[in-house]
Design a protein around this ligand. Structure first.
Ligand SMILES: *Cc1c(COP(=O)(O)O)cnc(C)c1O
Length: 451
């Protein structure tokens, strides 16, 4: 039997518009709050921090479709459309009746989906006269994406990189430097937020929340300098919808429609990207697809966090965001899926979860590596430790389908490759990795201090 393994779209099929799910949600996300005025946030409140067009996209709850600028679409052609792949070998290894598909975002030059938003953000900043950007990066994927995007559109970039990753992932730092960015380990002595943390706790290994505080502080104090964020915010989720929009066409080529869509979950951008274009049809009552966010059990904001207003960063510089959160002071364990070590979920996904329109499960570190290695041995690709969370859930669902003896169509997003994460694989293979059990006391401690 001749079978098609890869579904490849021509460049002409790169989407011309992003899909803004907020316009079609019955229960819109609660507004973000300006902590200075305690009023709902206005786009103007974000202008000092973000390019104006991005600030407007952030608060846009009217337009279902937003045009992708030609210049951005032109750059997408470097790696888009990305392939949709039927994982025949994995299906065989699992002996499952399920059909497993993955959208391969690891083929981008930076190795992950993050470039989809980085190119858009760099572009809007450039045309508004900005010369410098600041940002933070955890495992380094966002920093590398924005480094390449900044170089592409002629902007200078300073990246605050979480110290533990700066030390554990030196090659991501080299990538950023190769693309011309300046990289600073966070917490650093270069900002008030960094100095405060370092004086209180000199050996602190950093967190995304802290690095965000530092990057925002630098942007606010520097003329023609703005800040860019790689996840959590609505405009980032918006840009990532190119993933699902392409996948929708590719599933059609395969003559299938997913019963289950899975994405790993840090702040929610790749999960949103693969899910929202399909979720659209659930919202209209046309389909009953399940959407599963896969998060680490050591940073389980959707499965064990609280739904409330919280800051997006450790120091409290961001607007208050209505989110599932573990508290902005929560410091997640040093797991290898650095991109998932974030305390909160974006406001759109949080509202969708609250309304039971999406599901969430948490997976422990050892199970994610076991799944990632099973995938690698079948399909050849070494997945990012983050993506291993989605793979673990996909395998779990495929085995459940086998038990129940039903054919299910499963689609997951391969958010990135793990070729720069081999030290994590080394540790796993040597038996040196462990799970981080998170006790309720640990989860509750910051909330209790407040009340
Ligand atoms: C950053 C990152 C993630 C997590 O971020 P989201 O915004 O939740 O998508 C997942 N996978 C990879 C490869 C990443 O780089």
């Amino acid at each position: 039997m001749k079978r098609t393994k890869k579904f490849i779209l021509p460049e002409t099929e790169i989407p011309t518009q992003w899909y803004n799910i907020v316009a079609e949600m019955k229960n819109k996300p609660l507004p973000m709050i300006n902590p200075q005025t305690n009023e709902p946030l206005k786009a103007e409140d974000l202008f000092p921090l973000f390019a104006e067009e991005l600030a407007k996209q952030e608060l846009n709850d009217k337009d279902t479709w937003i045009d992708i600028p030609d210049e951005v679409r032109e750059k997408y052609k470097i790696y888009r459309p990305t392939p949709l792949v039927r994982a025949y070998e994995l299906e065989k290894a699992l002996d499952t009746p399920a059909h497993i598909y993955f959208k391969n975002e690891s083929v981008s030059p930076v190795g992950s989906h993050k470039l989809n938003s980085a190119l858009a953000q760099a572009y809007y900043n450039k045309i508004e006269g900005v010369t410098n950007l600041t940002t933070e990066t955890g495992a380094g994927q966002w920093g590398t994406a924005l480094a390449f995007a900044s170089k592409t559109f002629g902007l200078e970039l300073a990246v605050y990189m979480v110290k533990i990753s700066y030390e554990q992932k030196p090659y991501r730092r080299s990538l950023m430097q190769t693309w011309g960015a300046q990289v600073i380990a966070s917490p650093s002595m270069s900002t008030k937020a960094g100095r405060k943390i370092l004086t209180e706790n000199p050996t602190y290994q950093g967190s995304l929340g802290t690095a965000i505080s530092e990057a925002i502080e630098l942007a606010m104090q520097t003329p023609k300098c703005k800040y860019a964020l790689g996840s959590v915010l609505n405009h980032v989720a918006l840009h990532q919808t190119v993933i699902g929009l392409e996948a929708e066409k590719q599933m059609e080529m395969a003559d299938e429609y997913p019963d289950i869509v899975i994405g790993c979950f840090g702040g929610g951008s790749n999960f949103s990207g693969i899910s929202f274009p399909f979720l659209r049809h659930n919202l209209k009552g046309e389909t009953h697809t399940r959407f599963i966010a896969a998060e680490p059990s050591s940073c389980p904001k959707l499965t064990r966090g609280r739904f409330q207003y919280d800051f997006g960063d450790e120091a409290g510089y961001t607007p208050l965001i209505p989110m599932y959160t573990l508290h902005h002071k929560f410091a997640p364990a040093n797991i290898h899926a650095g991109g998932l070590r974030y305390h909160g979920a974006g406001s759109i996904v949080s509202q969708l979860h609250k309304d039971n329109l999406i599901e969430a499960v948490d997976v422990n570190q050892l199970d994610t590596f076991k799944a990632g290695i099973q995938f690698a041995r079948a399909e050849g690709i070494i997945p990012a430790p983050e993506s291993n969370h989605a793979i673990a859930v996909a395998i779990h669902e495929a085995l459940k389908a086998k038990e129940e003896g039903v054919k299910k169509t499963i689609l997951f997003n391969l958010s990135g490759h793990g070729l720069l994460d081999m030290s994590a694989y080394d540790q796993y293979l040597a038996g040196d990795l462990s799970n981080h059990e998170l006790k309720d006391e640990e989860l509750n401690k910051y909330f209790e201090k407040e009340s």
